[in-house]
Design a protein around this ligand. Structure first.
Ligand SMILES: [Fe+2]
Ligand SMILES: [Fe+2]
Length: 280
């Protein structure tokens, strides 16, 4: 089994400072095999914000896969936005915008979906999708295939269809073909987990879509600060949501999913303590 700690939307520059030491303790206690941060590390892509985010993440002794979000591109500095939108991000978090982690059980690939021209909305393109599938298809059958993007492929918890990543249908068709097991995203500041078949019913394969809320930002959308611990076996994934509860992060929901011949589906409710499914 592998454990991924999935954080998102830290938004350094607008963090609630009381969450940081509690988040650090919770993560160190959880001892994940990998830390994933699905974008929006900063509020306004300022150098000091990136330095604060980097220093916090450097205090956590785990391998990590990080992708940028729309907030990690300068908003007001038009010249920087047009000529080198990821310069500050790269300075803090290395040159690689699409990082890759692999061991005997999981392969985790980041895809950059933030775009300088579209401001808030994200996009994925054919080249990115083909490159990702080629990489994941080289992994053996025992390895669980995971993709990380900032922008979501579904918006079940918010109903804001405009937030779905551009060219999502094209990407999900290809990801079904290369049997992507799990897609981790953020951006909505709301957490949930659900099979992709809810929105993409005709691809022949369902990935599991998992959203993390905002771990540390004061920009909460009706939910407390939260992050996910994802426990991965080849045929079962448990998604635990840990929410801010008066000075510490504690377990608020668990959802279980199983792998079948057509991909991932929810386990019968008796195996899950609480559902993390979106409202009907
Ligand atoms: Fe965000
Ligand atoms: Fe975002």
């Amino acid at each position: 089994m592998r454990v991924i700690a999935h954080l998102s939307d830290l938004h350094f520059g607008r963090v609630d400072p009381t969450t940081l030491p509690a988040l650090q303790s919770a993560l160190i206690a959880a001892r994940p095999d990998l830390l994933v941060v699905s974008g929006d590390l900063t509020q306004r892509a300022r150098r000091g914000e990136f330095e604060a985010a980097r220093s916090f993440l450097d205090s956590l002794p785990f391998p990590r896969v990080i992708v940028p979000g729309n907030h990690d591109i300068p908003l007001h500095n038009v010249f920087a936005r047009a000529t080198a939108p990821f310069r500050a991000y790269r300075r803090a978090f290395a040159n690689e915008l699409e990082p890759f982690f692999i061991d005997q059980e999981i392969a985790v690939l980041g895809i950059n979906t933030a775009r300088a021209l579209t401001f808030k909305n994200g996009r994925i393109n054919v080249l990115q999708v083909e490159r990702s599938c080629a990489r994941l298809e080289q992994c053996g059958p025992a390895v669980t295939r995971v993709i990380v993007t900032h922008h979501p492929f579904d918006v079940l918890a918010t109903g804001d269809d405009g937030a779905v990543i551009g060219r999502a249908g094209m990407a999900m068709t290809a990801f079904a073909r290369c049997r992507v097991d799990l897609i981790l995203s953020g951006h909505l500041h709301v957490g949930y987990a659900a099979p992709s078949a809810v929105r993409y019913s005709d691809t022949g394969w369902a990935s599991l879509l998992v959203q993390a809320g905002t771990a540390t930002s004061t920009r909460r959308r009706g939910e407390v600060n939260a992050f996910n611990l994802i426990r991965i076996d080849r045929s079962r994934i448990a998604v635990e949501s840990l929410g801010w509860a008066g000075g510490a992060f504690s377990l608020t929901a668990t959802a279980g999913f199983q792998r079948g011949s057509e991909g991932w589906s929810s386990e019968p409710p008796n195996r899950s303590q609480h559902t993390m499914s979106p409202p009907a």
